[in-house]
Design a protein around this ligand. Structure first.
Ligand SMILES: CC(C)(COP(=O)(O)OP(=O)(O)OC[C@H]1O[C@@H](n2cnc3c(N)ncnc32)[C@H](O)[C@@H]1OP(=O)(O)O)[C@@H](O)C(=O)NCCC(=O)NCCS
Length: 172
């Protein structure tokens, strides 16, 4: 199994695996929309014996701070592993490779919307601890699932911030 950058030849394989890993076609559409909008900051695949068995996407996220400034980072997701290959460390390998590469690029932070039990192993903590919240969740219903991790430097002193994914992220 190897982790490598997505290439256009992987398009069908990624689409098939996203449709197999998630209950509906939303995540497959989302990944296609992010690519079409040039909002695919980083896309990695896991390949095993010529088959795409896992994938992860990172896309741009903007923090709009209460002092009027904007900060730019990335959002992790979707991440998926084909059901027959799950629980073999592929998801962890994809996310660690992505985080490591984005860190070397100087990206300051990464957010994720997901299961805290899974993402805390990568160092993610509740974004609320930075006073950050997801703009798509005005009622705070997903506050526990919205997490952040500093990649370069300490957590920014931004005060309260509202986090916005790329328009293509929510437009599918
Ligand atoms: C979530 C997912 C990407 C993890 O990939 P994976 O290759 O199966 O996971 P790994 O083998 O790297 O890691 C296994 C660990 O993750 C845990 N785990 C897997 N899915 C989890 C979930 N939804 N919630 C909490 N923990 C989870 C396992 O319990 C295991 O924990 P352990 O190491 O303490 O035993 C994969 O299961 C998947 O594609 N799921 C369906 C799609 C999905 O829900 N994607 C995430 C939301 S965007």
């Amino acid at each position: 199994m190897q982790i490598r950058a997505f290439s256009p030849d992987d398009e069908t394989g990624v689409d098939t695996l996203l449709k197999a890993a998630f209950p509906g076609p939303g995540e497959a559409r989302l990944v296609t929309a992010l690519r079409a909008a040039d909002a695919d900051t980083l896309e990695l695949v896991a390949e095993d014996h010529g088959q795409v068995v896992g994938c992860v996407m990172f896309s741009p996220v903007t923090a709009r701070c209460d002092d009027g400034s904007e900060r730019h980072g990335v959002g992790l997701g979707p991440v998926a592993v084909i059901p027959e290959h799950q629980a073999r460390g592929i998801g962890v390998a994809l996310i660690e490779a992505g985080i490591s590469y984005l860190t070397t690029l100087g990206v300051p932070w990464c957010v994720v919307l997901g299961e805290p039990d899974y993402y805390q192993r990568f160092g993610f903590t509740a974004a609320a601890s930075w006073n950050w919240s997801w703009a798509g969740d005005p009622d705070g219903q997903f506050a526990a699932a919205f997490q952040v991790r500093a990649l370069n430097g300490p957590p920014p002193r931004s005060g309260v911030a509202s986090l916005h994914y790329h328009p293509a992220f929510l437009g599918v």
